[in-house]
Design a protein around this ligand. Structure first.
Ligand SMILES: Nc1ncnc2c1ncn2[C@@H]1O[C@H](COP(=O)(O)OP(=O)(O)O)[C@@H](O)[C@H]1O
Ligand SMILES: [Mg+2]
Length: 313
């Protein structure tokens, strides 16, 4: 994507979140009824625009994953959604209250309309089953009418879409690098052409170079396919690179929500300022790093690579 296209895609997505929402989170609270009640998510309201990348930032334990699970109706006791509603607005123009879905309806909805890349997902591939069989499983479950030939073709296409050669379909998870396994998980979440993808720390365990390649892939695919993303991470600078808007979460509350550039250049909340200041790579001579990264060549990333060997491709 060229710099102009990238800027235009961002501007369009920013403008449309109110006019053309795909997901509305309205005053949602989640509690864990443990020995001590934890108010993990407190009265959160957010609108996700169709095709928008919304970054959700905040330090560990602030409630990001809990909110993601609430959206996908994946919370289990002792968690309870104590207030609020979450609505999905279909492309076709109808609205579904996610809280009203049960049983088969809920299963059909999940993954099909809203999919999720779970925190630590790349370690959740089954080690004794080939990549092909694990990808195919999504189609046999959700698209039982699909022929075997069609299914195989789709799996190959999906892998290539996320930058993995289709010959890897025959591989087993341990034969792939961390980055490739994470790409497989992203491919799986994209399999059914969902309108919303929730990505919970999708690149946190990967080294910086691999991270950035995957981020570029996600922004390219968003432009191509038009899905919306809630991208969750504790890494605020990383969010600045890919998000249209950013929500900053602290102790269960959204304390700041704005365009990515505004949050970066003109943070309103004290906590956002502290969070920004805590990332040294945003300051100093590489101060423009976060905003210009899409359009740079691979060579310029090398200076930032902290090659710790995890997940290197
Ligand atoms: N099963 C649970 N029982 C009790 N408390 C929990 C449970 N899961 C998460 N929490 C608490 O809820 C809060 C939010 O957790 P989480 O959503 O995982 O945060 P994040 O994803 O931002 O790191 C934390 O205080 C965490 O300890
Ligand atoms: Mg989490």
């Amino acid at each position: 994507m060229s710099a102009t296209e990238s800027r235009e895609a961002r501007a369009a997505a920013r403008a449309s979140h109110e006019a053309n929402p795909v997901l509305t989170i309205d005053h949602v609270s989640v509690d864990y009824l443990a020995q001590r009640t934890v108010h993990a998510v407190k009265d959160v309201s957010l609108t996700l625009g169709r095709g928008e990348i919304l970054g959700l930032a905040g330090e560990s334990g602030c409630g990001k994953s809990t909110l993601a699970y609430a959206i996908n109706r994946l919370l289990k006791p002792p968690a309870v959604v104590s207030s609020g509603t979450i609505s999905f607005h279909s492309r076709e123009g109808y609205t579904i209250d996610l809280g009203s879905l049960h049983g088969d309806d809920l299963r059909a909805f999940r993954w099909d309309r809203i999919s999720m890349v779970f925190q630590g997902a790349m370690n959740s591939l089954n080690p004794v089953i080939s990549i092909r069989a694990q990808l195919e499983d999504v189609f046999t479950t959700h698209r039982p009418e699909m022929s075997k030939k069609e299914r195989r073709e789709r799996c190959g296409e999906l892998l290539e879409r996320v930058g993995v050669d289709r010959s890897r379909l025959r591989s087993f998870p341990h034969e792939l690098s961390g980055g490739m396994r994470q790409r497989v998980m992203i491919a799986m979440a994209m399999a059914l052409d969902p309108q919303v993808m929730i990505m919970d720390e999708p690149t946190t365990a990967l080294d910086v170079v691999v991270q950035r390649e995957i981020l570029r892939e996600i922004t390219r695919l968003r432009a191509e396919l038009g899905f919306a993303v809630i991208f969750i991470t504790h890494d605020l600078p990383l969010l600045l690179e890919i998000s249209d808007r950013i929500a900053v979460m602290r102790e269960g509350e959204i304390v700041e929500l704005g365009g990515a550039v505004d949050v970066y250049t003109n943070p309103q909340h004290e906590y956002t300022k502290r969070l920004l200041a805590s990332f040294p790579r945003l300051t100093g001579e590489r101060g423009d790093f976060a905003r210009g990264s899409h359009d740079r060549t691979a060579g310029s990333h090398e200076a930032h690579a902290s090659n710790d060997g995890r997940g290197a491709e």
